[in-house]
Design a binder for this molecule. Sequence first.
Ligand code: ITT
Length: 191
Amino acid sequence: MKLVAATGNQNKLREIRHILPDVSVITEGEAGFFGEVEETGKTFLENALLKARAVCRATGLAAIADDSGLCVDALNGAPGVYSARYATKFAPRGWKGGNNAFLLKELEGVEDRRAHFACAVAVVFPDGREVVATGESYGRILTAPRGECGFGYDPLFFSDDLQKTFAEAEEEEKNAVSHRGRALKALVEKL
Ligand code: ITT
């Protein structure tokens, strides 16, 4: 099977390729798509479908999209669908610290640090068929980063499954329990 990955995030792309070794996953650029898809959905699933549909329509090829993020209990599920733009959208004007520093600031003095990563994946085919799946991975937010691997919030996310942060884990260990790993595994079964 050949799929165009409807993502500009190289870290996601690397993980998707590792998790789906039997699928040939090409980039948007390789498929001739250089646009931006506006993520106007309220849920991960809506946004994953928006991205996969847009890239499938533009390229005429089957497309796979991942929409994901970190949901923190004490922040009522934030940053959620705004995970990629958290500090840009919600930090005070002139904030230079980035997303992870802003998350730590929002959680200053907060004892309940439970959180989960969520991922929705969607595959859209040129004939209109759509297959979707979701996955979650639970843990808590540390008070300081740990580890050098992974990307995004990984250094702050202490995984219940692994008993270390996603950034302290080998990619294979992370993929075995991650929201993305679980969503893609469920997707493969449905496909
Ligand atoms: P595309 O929309 O182009 O795929 P994006 O990075 O904008 O790329 P999302 O809108 O789905 O993707 O935002 C996902 C954000 O959630 C991502 O930028 C990270 O900040 C965070 N995130 C998702 N999965 C993660 C993971 O496995 N480890 C760490 N952070 C993750």
